[in-house]
Write a protein that binds this ligand. Structure first.
Ligand SMILES: [Zn+2]
Length: 178
């Protein structure tokens, strides 16, 4: 197993995800506020408002909303899981991540039945998609694999050291493409 990142790195990751989340919501809020105020002003008093200036404000606000969505780690993960743009309705997806001993969980390997604290988590999702982007999660299930079974699962072969999922670099996105 590769060495675990230190506690300070984990803390920094958590804090940065939180800050990105806050920045994202602030941008979305600011953008939505800008659009709302401008629309209300144009509708309330169409004669005295500058339509061009209002359009510019609405466009900038829309950019804020888009930037806010892109910056938010939760939305980004959803975007990472997107299907093709023509996909509407139910879609199934599978992703994998490494379960670390530091998460303090005890699970049972679905293949060999041994108890495990670290290994591989494979998550199955049944989601409702609009234009390929998962909007609602209809159902979700997890399978756990111990390190030995995970190695066989991932490589399709007996244990070898050269194809190991590296938790430091593996994201949901690149695991999806495996
Ligand atoms: Zn196993």
């Amino acid at each position: 197993m590769p060495p675990e990142p230190s506690r300070s790195v984990q803390l920094a990751d958590t804090v940065s995800a939180l800050l990105y989340g806050i920045a994202g919501w602030l941008l979305v809020g600011l953008g939505a506020f800008g659009i709302l105020v401008t629309v209300l002003r144009v509708v309330g008093n169409p004669a005295s408002t500058n339509i061009v200036a209002s359009l510019v404000v609405v466009l900038l606000s829309a950019l804020f909303v888009v930037a806010g969505v892109l910056v938010n780690p939760r939305f980004r993960r959803r975007l990472d899981r997107r299907h093709s743009v023509t996909r509407f309705g139910r879609a199934r997806s599978v992703d994998e991540r490494v379960l670390r001993a530091s998460e303090g969980r005890t699970e049972r390997c679905v293949t060999c039945g041994t108890r495990l604290h670290e290994g591989l988590v494979r998550r199955y999702r049944d989601e409702f998609c609009v234009a390929g982007i998962p909007v609602v999660t209809l159902s979700e299930g997890r399978n756990f694999y111990c390190v030995d079974c995970a190695t066989v699962e991932v490589t399709g072969d007996v244990a070898s050291d050269d194809v190991v999922v590296d938790p430091a670099t593996a994201s949901l996105n690149d695991l999806d493409q495996r």
